[in-house]
Design a protein around this ligand. Structure first.
Ligand code: NAD
Length: 491
């Protein structure tokens, strides 16, 4: 399918159930990362557009919240089944916007569908608690209540998953939402809103605005009519958002970056470990908050394992087709900053084992492709070891034993995911307990959570919130205590 059959160009906002250009009439350009060509233009929104979207959300939210949550769940069920019906189209759009293969985009779309079904079902639960009271003839319980308007800001790395991850839990709780789409994935967000609208989601319940972070995201964060904010993106931007949201005491969930360790012990199955290192470091071109970028290897197997990795990384196929292993990064700015980071580390003594450059052959030179890159001799305290690059780049570190591996794994400003490869139950359990991360994995890769499980990180990887899973309900709802006092004498 050609882009023209998948989405309109230019791409408007969705406000109050209607498509609207930005008030300024301005558009920004979105390039296809696979070939560097113009893919589409999208509304370059500003504070006036945000104002309209928040007003639409506020106008409709009380009616949406007044529906029993079971009924909201049925409406969302209709949205998810429509998303599932349109999965081929959605996956095509995701593939075009990100440059990833159709197969990989389809996997992501199916994940979004799975998550949607989970949250539609939560409409039949939304449990509170009944408990005892210390006072006779008093009955105590909690109920979940919506917060109002949810401001949702997302990254572009897995566009349909990122949208679904926030919209479904926000809506099932009875909030209206204003989604600030990622500027590198406007078509996916537009298509999601269109599918939701056509499936019967009432106007104004989900509003989507496009634009740049400073111009369209910042006014959403600052808006007093936004009761809860959920942000997925970089730690630097998350910190700025945290300061502004904190200033007005808005509820906030931050899902931020990672510099995730994967430890390979001397007793590991090296075949399995090498397969998972390559997947963890390079799938989605390393543009995963959960990607493994610090590969910590016991010294007794270091050379052998390094050589296995280097050989296999050199055989990875880079491109946008289904039999390719990884695609391009999302834009030129991202590509340039990664290459600069590699060059800087080499000047400080790092050694490139494989990759380390932009792919400039005829097949790749127009797109934003980096060769899968492995480095060694990077100081654990070096900027490259401490900063997330969000690309297909990983560093290998040599450690003498388990204690040193655990210590290095934890010596990071981030704490999102971590993995260990070992056949020892003692090492596996001790690592899982002691590693400072929101997710610990034994004998596989570093990855995000399943839709029904909580995901989030420690330290600079977040602010302690967890999405999705039922824990996301805690982000998008508030608890109210209700005490019912009765007088048995008048019964
Ligand atoms: P980014 O922080 O630059 O942008 C993310 C979103 O924030 C975009 O929509 C952008 O327009 C918006 N934004 C930028 N400045 C803003 C501002 N001042 N106010 C409001 N909004 C603003 O991140 P990115 O480079 O697009 O995405 C990559 C980052 O996302 C990585 O750090 C990655 O680890 C992180 N990420 C985290 C998770 C997670 O669940 N923890 C998942 C995916 C991606």
């Amino acid at each position: 399918m050609a882009p023209a059959d998948l989405f309109c160009d230019p791409i408007p906002n969705w406000i109050d159930g209607r498509e609207q250009p930005a008030l300024s009439g301005a558009w920004f350009e979105k390039l296809n990362p696979a070939d560097g060509r113009l893919l589409c233009r999208a509304a370059r929104s500003g504070s006036g557009d945000v104002e309209q979207a928040v007003a639409a959300g506020r106008k409709t939210q009380l009616n949406w919240a007044a529906l029993p949550s079971v009924r909201r769940g049925m409406i969302l069920y209709g949205v998810v089944t429509a998303l599932q019906r349109e999965r081929a189209k959605v996956a095509r759009v995701v593939a075009l916007e990100t440059g990833k293969s159709y197969a990989s985009a389809m996997g992501e779309t199916d994940g979004a569908v799975e998550l949607g079904f989970f949250f539609a079902g939560e409409g039949q639960r939304l449990y509170g608690r009944t408990t005892t009271s210390g006072t006779p003839d008093r009955y105590a319980m909690t109920v979940r209540q919506p917060l109002g308007v949810a401001g949702l800001i997302v990254a572009a790395n897995t566009p349909i998953a990122n949208v679904a991850w926030k919209v479904f839990p926000a809506l099932i709780c009875g909030n209206a939402a204003v989604l600030k789409a990622a500027e590198d994935a406007p078509a996916t967000a537009w298509l999601f809103a269109k599918i939701a609208h056509e499936a019967g989601l009432p106007p104004g319940v989900l509003n989507v605005i496009h634009g740049y972070g400073e111009e369209a995201g910042a006014p959403l964060v600052a808006h007093p009519g936004v009761d809860v904010l959920s942000f997925t993106g970089s730690t630097a931007v998350g910190r700025r958002i945290g300061a502004i949201a904190g200033g007005r005491l808005a509820k906030l969930s931050l899902e931020l970056g990672g510099k995730n360790p994967l430890v390979v012990c001397d007793d590991a199955d090296l075949e399995n470990a090498s397969k998972w290192v390559l997947l963890s470091a390079f799938s989605n071109a390393g543009q995963r908050c959960a990607a493994a970028s610090r590969i910590i290897v016991f010294e007794s197997i270091y050379e052998k394992f390094r050589d296995m990795l280097v050989e296999r990384a050199g055989n990875l196929k880079v491109g946008s087709l289904d039999d390719d292993d990884l695609g391009p990064v999302i834009n030129k700015k991202q590509l340039d900053s990664m290459i600069r980071a590699i060059e800087g580390s080499v000047q400080r003594g790092a050694k490139v084992l494989t990759g380390g450059h932009r792919l400039m052959d005829a097949e790749h030179k127009k797109g934003f492709y980096t060769a899968p890159t492995l480095l060694e001799q990077v100081d654990p305290g070096d900027e490259l070891s401490m900063t997330e690059l969000f690309g297909p780049i990983a560093c290998l570190y040599r450690v003498k034993d388990f204690a040193a591996a655990l210590s290095m794994a934890n010596d990071s400003p981030y704490g999102l995911t971590a993995c260990i490869h070992t056949r020892s139950l003692d090492r596996a359990v001790h690592f899982s307990q002691k590693v400072q991360a929101g997710v610990a994995v034994v004998n596989a890769g570093t990855y995000g959570s399943e839709p029904h499980m909580p995901f989030g990180g420690l330290k600079q990887s977040g602010n302690g919130s967890r999405e999705p899973g039922t824990e996301a309900l805690d982000v998008y709802s508030t608890l109210k205590d209700i005490y019912v006092n009765v007088n048995p004498a008048s019964a």
